[in-house]
Design a protein. Structure first.
Length: 210
């Protein structure tokens, strides 16, 4: 089994709960081929006109500018990593109600018609990643699973809608640690209980390969 862990927080685990979730998952994973794609460590120019210029130059045989070469290489690296994976683990925080921009760039790179989805003869989207599974590991300091803030949560919902809805991946596990900033007197317990769930997810995935 090939496991791709998309790590989307460059803050140390001592300060960031989603980074600690990543570390806990990795420490408890056994018997699989695991690769980390650290979106903060990769050279990943944002999606924009540079990519479309690069496509145009490739088609006409023109020489590419440096940024065009970089973005094409980065996009291909993200696609290669996703292609090789049987299971994709997204480890990320909720920042300003959504996902980190670097994780958005990874999604932008692989969100490609003909690769992760396609359109049929009737113009309907068809999922092309049904053979892959996904796991979501997320941390958020407030309470977004219920109550008035639930409608504003655009991190976990976004990844589920893209990976599961558009790409067709089967989401087999989801661990969300939330409320530790809103209830600092309970933070230690909230985080500890969440990390135990992360351990269980990693061990369950490890057991599949035995």
């Amino acid at each position: 089994m090939n496991v791709l862990v998309v790590k989307a927080n460059n803050r140390p685990a001592s300060e960031a709960v989603s980074s600690k979730m990543y570390e806990t998952f990795m420490e408890n994973l056994e018997g699989v081929n695991v690769t980390t794609f650290d979106v903060f460590a990769e050279d990943m120019p944002y999606l924009g006109q540079d990519l479309f210029n690069a496509f145009g130059k490739l088609a006409s045989g023109e020489e590419l500018a440096d940024v065009e070469k970089r973005i094409l290489a980065a996009k291909q690296k993200a696609k290669d990593a996703l292609t090789a994976a049987d299971v994709v683990v997204f480890a990320f925080p909720l920042w300003n109600l959504t996902i980190p921009a670097k994780l958005q760039t990874f999604i932008d790179y692989v969100y490609e018609a003909g690769y992760t989805f396609k359109y049929d003869e009737n113009g309907q989207a068809v999922q092309l990643m049904k053979d892959k599974k996904a796991i979501i590991l997320n941390a958020r300091g407030g309470i977004y699973s219920q109550g008035p803030a639930a409608a504003m949560e655009m991190a976990v919902n976004y990844i589920k809608n893209v990976a599961g809805g558009v790409f067709g991946m089967q989401i087999i596990d989801e661990v969300v640690i939330e409320g530790h900033a809103a209830a600092p007197d309970q933070a230690e317990q909230i985080i500890a209980e969440g990390l135990e769930k992360v351990k269980e997810v990693a061990k369950k995935l490890s057991a599949v390969t035995v």
